[in-house]
Design a protein around this ligand. Sequence first.
Ligand code: AMP
Length: 272
Amino acid sequence: MAEWSARARREGRSVGFVPTMGALHEGHLDLIARARKDHAKVVCSIFVNPLQFNNLEDLERYPRQLEQDSKLLDEAGCDALFAPQVETLFADLQPHTYDLGRLDGHWEGPSRPGHFQGVVNVVERLFHFVRPDEAFFGEKDRQQLTLLRHIARQEHWPERIVGCPTVRAVDGLALSSRNARLSPAERQKATVLFKALTVAGAMAFRHTVQEVEEAVRETVANEPGVQLDYFGIADHDTLEPLMDWGDRDLTVALIAAQVGPVRLIDNLTLWR
Ligand code: AMP
């Protein structure tokens, strides 16, 4: 794969890269479209990364549909698919403990110990094999995006990290491969995450952070069968939890909740 990218670059073609875990949906295809806009060659990887799962059942149940994904990528104009076996990708892995600073001390960090170390280790391996110029990640996984930007700077990775907006269903639910595991009733209940973020968006900067948190908690509590894991307001750049708005013009609301068998996350940028 590295040789493929090197040849493209020798021919004056830049390489855009979209790492995924497969079960592709419009969110992934949007990243491919963005990569195609900016690069002559686009690579997508499909790799269900065991290092980033801290729940064995979630790993085993993660949807896998390589053949269908490969067709979707063809139709989307993706030039190459990198779908390595675990042994290939990790053959020369020297598991590294990255300094994540305070970035995994909140939100997904405490709920998923080791998750972000797993993410960074696998992205480093994927970059090692693919050698792209730029890699595209969704804002849907906001903390992952923030953390990868931080590590790329800290470790002097040559690859640029590009963030892309969250793609949603018409009812607001953020598209996710895990949504496929929701029953129709659970799928309906799951829209409460976006509803809650919309409530936060409407109240932001005009009410206190605590009032927003209270209103969101109430919104989620009114949807039986949905258990709120966390909701909070964070600094836009560092994702540090905020107790007040300060003089910020830009913050992020983050939410995670269990809906039936699936834990869902979402977030929304809030403007003053
Ligand atoms: P995943 O396959 O879930 O690991 O996601 C692969 C990439 O697609 C990550 O950068 C995600 O943030 C991104 N992604 C997943 N869902 C969405 C979405 N609904 N909108 C935009 N990007 C997404």
